[in-house]
Design a protein around this ligand. Sequence first.
Ligand code: MN
Length: 250
Amino acid sequence: MHQPLLDFHCHLDLYRDHEAVYQKFRGEQVEILAVTTTPRAWTKNLELAAGASNIRVALGLHPQLVAEGVEELPLFQKHLSEAKYVGEVGLDASPKFYKAFDKQRKAFEGVLRACSEQGGKILSLHSVRCTGEVMKMLEAFLPQDRGTAVFHWFTGSSSEARRAAQLGCYFSINSEMLKSEARRDLVASLPRERILTETDGPFTMTEGRPSSPLDVAITINALASLLETTVEEVSSLLIVNLQRLEGKKS
Ligand code: MN
C-alpha cells in the first residue's frame, strides 16, 4: 500500500506566503506536524489547518524567543487545553541564547508542568547544545505516563540517545542529521520503533531553496539505505510509529 510521507516538524507559518503553503499541503500525501514558535500564532494556525486531517498544529513557545524576552507562558497555558500537540518548546544553549538560559529553563518548566497536569500531549522538542539538560527537565517535570516527547533534530551523544529512548522519547530525523558519518551512525543506532521524519522547513534547504514537507522523501530514501531496507519499509515504519505515538495503535 502506498503510504503518505511524514514531516513531523515544520513551520508552515514561517514560509513566505504561508496561507498559500497551508492551502497547498491540505490533503497532500504527507502527514504534517506544523509547529509554531509563539502562542500568539496558535489561533491563526488552527484556522488555516481547519478541516485538513493531514495537518496537526502544535502550540509553541520557542526557547530562542523566550531568550529574546518573549514572556508568553500565561498565553501558552491559556491555550494548552485546546492543543494535543506542543512545540516548538525546549532549551537552546548556543552562545547567542545562553545568557538567558535561566529564563528559558523557567518557561520550559512551566510548559512541562502544564503538559503533565493535563496529560496526553505530544511534544516536539528543541535541544540545541543541551540535550542532557532537556532530558533532566523531562525526567523532573513530565512523567512518562503524562505525555510523550519527540526530540526534533537530536544532536546529543549515543548514551544520551539511549537514555532518551528509555524515557519513552521519539526522534524526528531530518536531512541535516544524515550528512556526517558520525550522525548517521547515531541515527542508525536509534530504536527503529522510535523514528519519525521531519524537514524543519523553512530552516533547512533542499536544492538551494527552503525545504518543503514533501522533501522528507529525500530523508526517507537516505534512511532506507542507512537501515539497509527499502523505501516502502521505511515509509510503513514511519506511519506505524506515528500511529503508535498518537495512540491509534499499540
Ligand atoms: Mn524548528
